[in-house]
Design a protein around this ligand. Structure first.
Ligand code: ZN
Length: 1038
């Protein structure tokens, strides 16, 4: 939405006392700086294409600060974001990585050349291996002669279990600080091994015990990683097959130079996930302590809001910010939060059905700080007997409004502390007053408009019929408020090919009426009354229409389609009805018909791996960019279901969905009998999703730092207001912070995220999330508090944003360099003294190298002509709005052994590492990454399992041409389908199942997901990558 609705309306046009005094101004939507906005911002939404890029921005120089706030290049008006800004890359890196002299050339370009691999291979052969603490013993470095490289990581002891029941106010102390990684760490052996597995807390000095010298078995709950040790598959790619973990020979005695570095001697993501599950899974995590580190996204636990937002809403790259910007520059750890404001809360955590506590102050509206406009929250300190309060964000002392007065108790807390959600909870909602509404008028409930491409091929292949049939069912499930009987959402229908057909489905009509708009150059809405209707009231007319549509166009030979006019039509209809809403567009082809937004096939593989590759990710025309701006200005979100059979230019077609908080679904080469289920699941899920419309998000921070960059399905017309036509439960916005002053260890770093939005029933609300982080002047504290999953989410989004402006090679080098910088800084400043040849990883970043390598090998960053341009554009867009749990699974898929299934268990089998070395001819494995699911069958899979799952006698009888497993009434089948259901749960995209037989052609697709191995289309293996990171670190340290 644009500013104009808010600008001229009181009370915001009257500057608040104190507001003009202390920059930066964080006044909310009516910030006085907006009242002074140049008239250029008042531009009425013009017809399609009338808005030139940048027209929405105030004239004159860009806002101060190093950052541009466009969602993509098209908005950034030629100013690429700082992180990946322009050539030459080396200088750029040098400017921001002060303490280190960056190597002029990254020694590890992503697509590693054969020569560099060979080089590494020879280096590897001379390496000392200090195994990462798994089932193998680890010799302290000081005990063995130094070798060229050893991999070591610190392990923190599991945190003590937290009390499972917590009363409000009970204080749970954070886990005792571990000194292992801290700067004051005693000179411990650099590597550590816990012989007692993870059953129960260790004896006080367990971590200091000398490592055992023989192989040990793991504690309960830790099935060995090596699911089996069957023969290697033909064509095995892993060049360093390792011995069984913990083999005594590997560890005891002097180093054995002939031994090669293998997977088992470098940190395992699976081990890290399982460790966290074992120590924190199933427990209550209470958010009552500032700066505490939540369980990993992969750990199931019960979260209790006690004053800070649940990690389901906000996760951070680190929960302890460095006190100074110098420290931040030294460590090069991005300071960022991944915010998912509408995250789904599991039923055992909800206090209210569906939503958060709702605070209603009537006409007074929310209580806010006069200066910085922060909302009342647990960070406000009441003083003077409760008559005033000091803002935790800007320190301004405010009077408590008379209606809000309350006495304080003996510890200075208000007597009503636990009765008021805004005083005791991290997350809650406010009812917004008229001042927060467009034109000072309460909004109308949103509308959904269904827009179906009825060109020849869609009719012919039955897609139109499928959509129409399904709509009859899903319209019954339109989202509604829990207290309401029927949904307030109105619905409308449009079909199109190169012209548009609007339908009148007014309830009193016997038959729907069609109105054709042929002037696609300037779309208008031919009817107001009867286009958007209540589904229940018009049900029979709507069903009548949906029955007729497939036949209506059965004789059409029209192959050409338009696209931008379709979005324009939907938006104009919402505008005319004065409501926000969502367009569901079902589209198949490149829009080549003469109209605005017409596209040509510009897929040029010759651009791959050149400096011009970025063009492939940019939209072909600026029509879609201006259209997206208009849509956001009118609260119109666009969700696109694409069914391409060839290149359709996803980079152009997907732009409006991305910038309007919609979702892009892509079903390439859609086949009715195989892909219907996946599409229908997505459609149902999308319609029923929890969603807010016409939203503006503002992230406020305490003094000393501020939000400087934003990534997600958003648009920004100034530096602070994050505008979203809609935001649903699966969408996250990643926010980067920078220092603008010193932070204090006492007051910490506070974040308040406020989202003003319209509910599905048309109420205007404010959703508030608060989170307090620690600050420290010790680098060790910073490293101790990092979350690798959130770091990868941030790196992925910032890199994927940068592909619009910069050569991919430069982006890959920056990622590798930054990884090395972060680890080198730790090595230099935090790790206890040890042999220079050791690679020492902070406990919180043990798996950073493997995850970073997965990101580097993703098809977006990998310049390979084998991968379709549309698929790369699609994945780029997908990741831009992902939350931490989804990006974790996407970059490091889940690989589960199925052949060892315990049919009596109700939990998932323990995952294994994504490497071919973990597969076996006698095994069956399930792999999922959030988009795809594979069931891989070894050639010697047990016949009883094959019978159980497929109901056929042998491997040879399995028909791989299926996307659903047959429902066979035995425990194996039931168990496997239950597991698949659990994996699918809570994921935004329905995963299509592919059955893969070992040594058959489709196995190639599956192998791309074995991300610890060398990439099928290039990209180093994890082992090679960690060696290259090590080399980089050595260069930095020397
Ligand atoms: Zn304030």
């Amino acid at each position: 939405m644009s500013q104009q609705g808010y600008v001229a309306t009181p009370p915001y046009s009257q500057p608040q006392p104190g507001i003009g005094l202390s920059p930066p101004h964080y006044g909310h939507y009516g910030d006085p700086s907006h009242t002074a906005s140049p008239t250029g911002m008042m531009k009425p939404a013009g017809p399609l294409g009338a808005t030139a890029t940048g027209a929405m921005l105030p004239p004159g120089p860009p806002p101060p600060g190093p950052h541009q706030f466009g969602q993509n290049g098209a908005h950034a008006a030629g100013h690429p974001p700082q992180r990946f800004s322009g050539p030459p890359p080396v200088n750029n890196v040098a400017s921001s990585y002060a303490p280190y002299q960056p190597s002029a050339q990254s020694s590890c370009p992503n697509s590693m050349s054969t020569s560099s691999v060979t080089q590494l291979g020879s280096q590897l052969s001379a390496m000392q291996i200090n195994s990462y603490g798994k089932s193998s013993g680890v010799a302290p470095a000081s005990q063995g002669p130094p070798g060229p490289l050893s991999v070591t990581s610190f392990q923190t002891p599991p945190r003590p279990p937290q009390p499972s029941i917590l009363q409000p106010g009970s204080q749970v102390l954070p886990p005792p600080p571990t000194k292992l990684n801290g700067p004051g760490a005693s000179p411990l052996p650099p590597a550590m091994y816990r012989p007692d597995g993870l059953a129960g807390p260790p004896p006080p000095n367990a971590q200091y015990q000398p490592p055992p010298l023989s192989g040990q078995t793991l504690g309960a709950g830790y099935p060995p990683q090596q699911a089996n040790s069957g023969p290697q598959m033909a064509g095995a790619q892993l060049s360093y097959p390792g011995g069984f973990p913990g083999s005594p020979a590997q560890m005891a005695g002097p180093p054995q130079p002939q031994k090669k570095l293998d997977l088992d001697s470098i940190p395992s993501p699976i081990q890290v996930i399982e460790n966290d599950r074992a120590s924190r899974g199933g427990q209550v995590y209470a958010t009552n302590t500032r700066g505490q580190i939540p369980p990993l996204v992969t750990t199931d636990c019960i979260i209790q809001d006690q004053g800070n937002a649940s990690p389901r809403f906000i996760r951070c790259t680190t929960y302890c910010f460095p006190c100074t910007s110098d420290m931040a520059k030294q460590a090069q750890i991005p300071l960022a939060a991944v915010i998912k404001p509408f995250a789904t809360i599991p039923s055992n955590e909800v206090r209210m059905i569906y939503s958060l506590y709702l605070v209603n102050h009537g006409e007074s509206g929310p209580v806010r700080c006069n200066r910085c406009k922060a909302y009342m929250c647990p960070f406000m300190q009441f003083i003077e007997g409760g008559r005033r309060y000091q803002c935790g964000f800007c320190n301004c002392v405010n009077d408590v409004p008379p209606f809000y007065f309350q006495h304080l108790d003996h510890i200075g807390r208000r007597l009503d502390h636990y009765e008021k959600p805004e005083l005791s909870l991290g997350s809650y909602e406010y009812v917004a007053t008229l001042d927060y509404c467009r034109k000072n008028k309460l909004p109308n409930p949103p509308a959904f408009i269904f827009m179906i491409d009825v060109s020849y091929s869609n009719i012919k292949n039955g897609l139109v019929k499928l959509i129409c049939e399904e709509l009859k069912t899903v319209l019954e499930k339109l989202p509604k408020e829990e207290q309401e009987e029927t949904s307030a959402i109105r619905v409308g229908f449009i079909t199109y090919n190169k012209v548009l057909h609007f339908f009148n489905v007014k309830s009193n009509l016997a038959q729907p009426q069609m109105m054709v708009v042929t002037d696609v150059g300037e779309v208008f809405v031919p009817l107001l009354d009867g286009f958007l209707v209540n589904y229940q009231e018009s049900q029979s007319v709507i069903h009548n229409l949906l029955d007729q549509i497939p036949d209506m166009f059965a004789d059409s030979n029209e192959n050409e389609t338009v696209f931008a006019p379709v979005i324009q039509a939907g938006m104009e209809a919402l505008k005319a009805a004065d409501c926000p809403g969502k367009l569901f567009i079902f589209h198949s082809s490149l829009p080549t018909a003469e109209a605005p937004g017409k596209l040509k096939n510009r897929d040029d593989k010759k651009l791959v791996n050149t400096d011009k590759e970025k063009i492939l990710f940019q939209p072909q025309t600026n029509v879609y960019d201006s259209l997206a701006k208009d849509c956001v200005a009118h609260g119109c979100s666009v969700t696109l279901f694409l069914f391409p059979s060839q290149y359709v230019d996803v980079a152009s077609l997907g732009l409006v969905p991305q910038l309007t908080g919609g979702t892009l679904y892509k079903y390439s080469n859609f086949q009715m009998h195989l892909d219907s289920q996946q599409f229908l699941n997505d459609l149902r899920n999308d319609i029923e999703k929890k969603i807010g419309f016409d939203a503006i998000m503002r992230v406020r921070t305490s003094t000393g730092f501020r939000a400087t960059d934003f990534f997600g399905g958003i648009l920004m017309n100034n530096t602070t207001d994050v505008e979203m036509a809609a935001i649903d439960c699966d969408k996250a916005v990643t926010v980067e912070f920078k220092h603008d002053d010193k932070l204090s260890e006492d007051s910490g770093a506070l974040i308040q995220c406020a989202v003003l939005y319209t509910t599905i029933s048309g109420q205007r609300r404010l959703r508030i999330h608060n989170l307090g982080l620690n600050c420290s002047s010790q680098l060790g504290d910073l490293y101790k508090s990092c979350e690798t999953d959130a770091l990868i989410n941030f790196f992925a989004k910032s890199a994927f944003k940068a592909v619009l402006h910069q050569p991919l090679k430069v982006i890959r080098e920056i990622l590798v360099n930054q990884t090395a910088h972060m680890l080198a800084c730790y090595r230099k400043n935090c790790a206890s003294p040890s042999a220079a040849s050791q690679l020492i990883l902070p406990d919180s970043m043990k798996v950073l190298p493997v995850y970073m390598n997965c990101l580097l090998k993703n098809c977006v960053l990998l310049s390979r002509p084998e991968i379709s341009t549309d698929e790369r554009a699609f994945q780029r867009q997908l990741v831009m709005t992902m939350g931490v749990a989804d990006s974790q699974l996407f970059f490091y898929p889940q690989l589960l052994p199925i052949h060892t299934l315990d049919v009596k268990s109700t939990t998932l089998p323990a995952a294994v590492r994504c490497s071919e070395s973990r597969l076996s001819e006698g095994g069956i494995f399930l792999l999922a990454n959030g988009l795809h699911m594979f069931l891989w069958l070894g050639v010697s899979s047990p016949p009883e399992l094959i019978q159980g799952i497929f109901n056929v006698p042998s491997f040879a009888h399995i028909n791989t041409d299926m996307t659903l497993l047959p429902e066979v009434g035995n425990p194996y089948s039931q168990q496997l389908r239950m597991i698949m259901g659990i994996i699918q749960q809570k994921r935004p995209y329905s995963m299509k199942l592919t059955i893969v037989k070992q040594r058959e052609q489709p196995e190639m697709v599956f192998r791309q997901f074995l991300v610890e191995d060398k990439g099928l289309y290039g990209g180093p293996s994890y082992v090679d990558f960690i060696c290259c990171v090590y080399k980089e670190i050595c260069q930095l340290l020397n």
